[in-house]
Design a protein around this ligand. Structure first.
Ligand code: DNO
Length: 347
């Protein structure tokens, strides 16, 4: 297992100098953020990013994300060239030594929350989700800026996009995902890269848009869309765990050999489709992090873990969910669990 940390590049207030001081931190998860979705990442930019990370003694083996263009998810006839560009990114990243690429297939919105600074009793704050609040918003009209909101869409563009999705059902999305995989997985196999789809967060449809990477049955269906070692999962406990219907340790044991990236964080269920993000330890939320780590360990997991969203603590401000302090505490807690589980298993 390798512990990694997400870094948003030079504009990230959390610097590589700080990240490298977290005990046993082995690598950085990052991406080229300023190339428009659908275009090919310049090789010199990939090389420069890798160099910068390697110069700090950290590895660059995981990319999160290479985003998937909406036209691919919509399955428009002109999306072939975008899929080919995606394949080229996979090849270029493989050539640069990247082993795992994380991506998602959520229409329009990525991860979504209704509250960015939910006040906790201990004075910290964190992200929270309340379904009724989210459903009361009209995404085409709202001025709200939520984390999963792509700020790059103009209002008209967003309206137009939502309109195009009106005829896209879950089954259409499955078919478009299958078509995408049929092209990118052979490219990944050749490039020595493992593709790891990120589950939908939250794991249910929102605003009438379909979401399909949500539960055990659908993960199973996903893996059979293209049966290859290069076609795998990013197992995000916070995303899947928001669904009370998901038994995470069971799912890890079932899909273990195809999990290449684990985002480990805790959440507290506050209602059927409501949750708050908490500190990482089991006792702070609803997920049993010990059982989750144990299931990974016992599945022979030998890939990448990263702590996921943290609370804002000790007065830190910055990118929601992605401050330094609470994620660093999370990393060390997870390393502790891993050490305990591995030593217990050896006895
Ligand atoms: C949120 C992240 C997601 C994730 C993408 C992967 O914190 O986990 O934005 O990076 O969905 O494509």
């Amino acid at each position: 297992m390798k512990m990694t940390f997400r870094w948003y590049g030079d504009s990230d207030p959390v610097t590589l100098e700080k990240i490298r001081q977290i005990p046993l931190m082995s690598g950085i998860v990052s991406a080229i953020y300023d190339v428009p979705v659908g275009e090919v990442w310049p090789e010199d930019r990939i090389a420069a990013l890798k160099q910068k990370i390697n110069d700090k003694g950290l590895a660059f083996e995981v990319v999160e994300s290479v985003p998937v263009h909406e036209k691919i998810k919509l399955g428009t006839p002109d999306s072939d060239v975008l899929i080919e560009n995606y394949c080229e990114n996979v090849r270029r990243l493989g050539k640069a030594g990247v082993k795992v690429i994380c991506y998602n297939f959520m229409p329009v919105f990525d991860w979504l929350r209704s509250e960015l600074e939910h006040q906790n009793a201990d004075g910290s704050n964190s992200l929270a989700y309340d379904d009724a609040t989210v459903l009361s918003l009209n995404p085409a009209e709202s001025e709200l800026s939520l984390p999963g909101w792509d700020e790059s869409y103009g209002k008209e563009e967003l309206k137009d996009l939502l309109k195009q999705y009106e005829t896209v059902t879950e089954e259409t999305l499955w078919a478009n995902l299958k078509r995408f995989l049929s092209k990118i997985i052979p490219a990944a196999e050749e490039a020595g890269v493992r593709m790891a789809i990120h589950p939908d967060d939250p794991p249910w449809g929102i605003f009438g848009l379909p979401r399909i990477i949500t539960n055990e049955a659908n993960l199973e269906r996903f893996l059979t869309l293209y049966d290859s070692e290069a076609n795998g999962l990013s197992f995000c406990t916070g995303s899947l765990g928001a669904g009370i219907f998901n038994d995470l340790p069971k799912m890890i044991r079932k899909f273990g050999s195809r999990i290449y990236f684990a985002h480990l964080r805790n959440i507290k269920h506050t209602g059927e489709r409501c949750f708050e993000e908490t500190a990482h330890p089991s006792n702070c939320g609803s997920l049993d992090m010990y059982e989750i780590v144990k299931a990974l360990y016992e599945s022979g997991f030998d890939y990448y873990i990263r702590p996921d969203h943290g609370r804002m603590i000790w007065g830190e401000t910055g990118r929601y969910g992605y401050g330094l302090y609470d994620r660093a505490l999370g990393a060390v807690y997870l390393l502790g669990l891993w050490e305990a589980v591995s030593k217990n298993t050896e006895q």
